[in-house]
Write a new protein. Sequence first.
Lengths: 118, 114
Amino acid sequence: ETGVTQTPRHLVMGMTNKKSLKCEQHLGHNAMYWYKQSAKKPLELMFVYNFKEQTENNSVPSRFSPECPNSSHLFLHLHTLQPEDSALYLCASSQGAVGRVSGANVLTFGAGSRLTVL
Amino acid sequence: AQSVTQLGSHVSVSEGALVLLRCNYSSSVPPYLFWYVQYPNQGLQLLLKYTTGATLVKGINGFEAEFKKSETSFHLTKPSAHMSDAAEYFCAVSGGTSYGKLTFGQGTILTVHP
């Protein structure tokens, strides 16, 4: 496979469930991102990992817990979510490390995981 | 801090007509500017980017954008719309210590009529 792959593509969960979203990139990139895309709102950056280290947490509630075991994989663990957390969660990766001036900072996005919280 | 404003959440054109999607940005440092497109049930795909150098940037699918520093604009154009161009388009900016962390506009949905 090539590019950025996200699973599952669709997820329905109750407010007391625990689930995880998975992202895998086959591009040899060293930075990975989680974005949230809600209806009628701009894409919101949630987390950034640079060489497996978290470099950005954009004031995300603790019910979202990211994990980056290696530079190719990124997870978003979900616990006791709220209905307003229903959204499309997009994973992305880039070649340039965040914070360095680099024209290579083009993000490649996955197709997203559509989350519905009941 | 950086921000992006996309003028018009919906734009409708006829097939063969000019496409113009407007984007204005705010940045205290020299910006990198991007246009992404999102088709239904898909992630975002890069159309084009401006980093440095030539201010007229050509991208995929016949799109181009011009960086105008004096107007803080990066409008996206295509001379002749095609039905397959119907999608949502996002303008984004990064810069300074935020290189690589994109700030997106709210998106513009492009509808193409036969």
